[in-house]
Design a protein around this ligand. Structure first.
Ligand code: TRP
Length: 337
């Protein structure tokens, strides 16, 4: 059998996943999984999550199973994709230490992802960055190379992380000999989904997200609060759909024919915002229905979630041990082999 291309990706378990995550990266993972061409690994990056949540270990812990449930509900199949927990693979931590010699402090300080995250996390670091957070690109390089990830499908905000990983791989291989696999980024044609309030980003801290785990009533309530054309006061005022979040979501979830109809009805003042919102809510509810059904099954069977995490982690650990053997040999640390 032809060897499948290894995909490695991951998420920090710091919150429930929303429809922005789904359209941005999760759907892509389901498609990659189902194409049958890849051997996909998904890391629950709990250790990485602690780098900016070290004071909230229970937040990280509580989200591990939730995130896995989100994956399973959208169709990640544990028989096709290996889901594993970072903290249960000690080889990743070991590799991180080895790689730390191959990267300079100033290079990490210049990493654009680290810089922009630091700017957003002033409340956590108060102007003074920790060794752990500054070093998270090194740890992420360990995540990827530990499993010989060839393709890392991430959004453009994570591209500097992959570049940093490639540099570490090249440095390692040039000093210790060809050992590590250099990953490629696969930029997903990700739709970056805006928030219900019109904010550029959907996010839990912004309170503008529809979660994959939301109930139909949650969705109805949230959609009712979505921002519409502020210039439209009366129902038959002509509206501008291009500045309306309800129209924006219709474009993501409603079929093309209907979207055209909505557009012209809005412009002609023949469509009220309230009914437009009601329709949108029902469309999103319907779209998420199969996810809710799968989730309900796992809500009833929490022991299966644990089994999936344990089995996935065991499978991943086998690969990690192999990589560690090669790395130690290359670094002349294989004393008793
Ligand atoms: N840093 C990624 C994020 O914040 C999550 C992540 C951890 C990851 N390890 C990874 C992504 C390895 C790709 C590959 O979204």
């Amino acid at each position: 059998m032809e060897k499948k291309i290894r995909i490695l990706t991951g998420d920090r378990p710091t919150g429930k996943l929303h429809i922005g995550h789904y359209l941005g990266s999760l759907k892509n993972r389901v498609d990659l999984q189902n194409s049958g061409k890849y051997d996909q690994y998904i890391e629950i990056a709990d250790v990485q999550a602690l780098t900016d949540n070290f004071e909230n270990p229970e937040k990280v812990r509580n989200n591990v199973r939730e995130v896995v449930k989100d994956y399973l509900s959208i169709g990640i199949d544990p028989n096709k994709t290996t889901i594993f927990l970072q903290s249960m693979i000690p080889e990743i931590a070991e590799l991180t230490v080895f790689y730390s010699n191959l990267v300079t402090i100033s290079r990490l300080e210049r990493n654009p992802t680290v810089k922009s995250e630091l700017a957003q996390k002033k409340d956590v670091f108060k102007g003074s960055i920790t060794y752990g957070f500054l070093g998270y690109p090194v740890s992420q390089a360990a995540d990827i190379t530990c499993f010989e990830g060839e393709i890392v499908p991430v959004g453009d905000d994570q591209e500097p992380m992959i570049e940093q990983c490639r540099e570490i791989v090249r440095k390692f291989n040039s000093i210790y000999g060809e050992t590590l696999v250099e990953p490629k980024t696969y930029l997903s044609k990700a739709t970056r989904v805006k928030g219900l309030d019109g904010n550029d980003k959907m996010g839990k801290s912004l309170g503008n997200a529809i979660y994959l785990s939301d109930t139909p009533d949650d969705i109805r309530k949230k959609v009712m609060q979505a921002v519409t054309d502020p210039g439209r006061i009366k129902k038959d005022d002509p509206g501008n759909p291009d500045i309306c979040m309800v129209y924006y979501y219709h474009k993501l979830f409603t079929n093309e024919e209907k979207v055209k109809e909505i557009n012209s009805e809005c412009k002609e003042g023949k469509r009220g915002c309230v009914s437009c919102k009601k329709e949108l809510a029902e469309t999103i509810i319907e779209y998420l229905k199969p996810f809710r059904e799968k989730r309900a099954y796992y809500d009833e069977h929490p022991e299966e979630i644990d089994k999936i995490i344990k089995e996935g982690t065991e499978r991943a650990r086998i690969v990690a041990r192999e990589t560690m053997k090669k790395v130690k040999k290359a670094m002349k640390l294989d004393y008793f082999e």
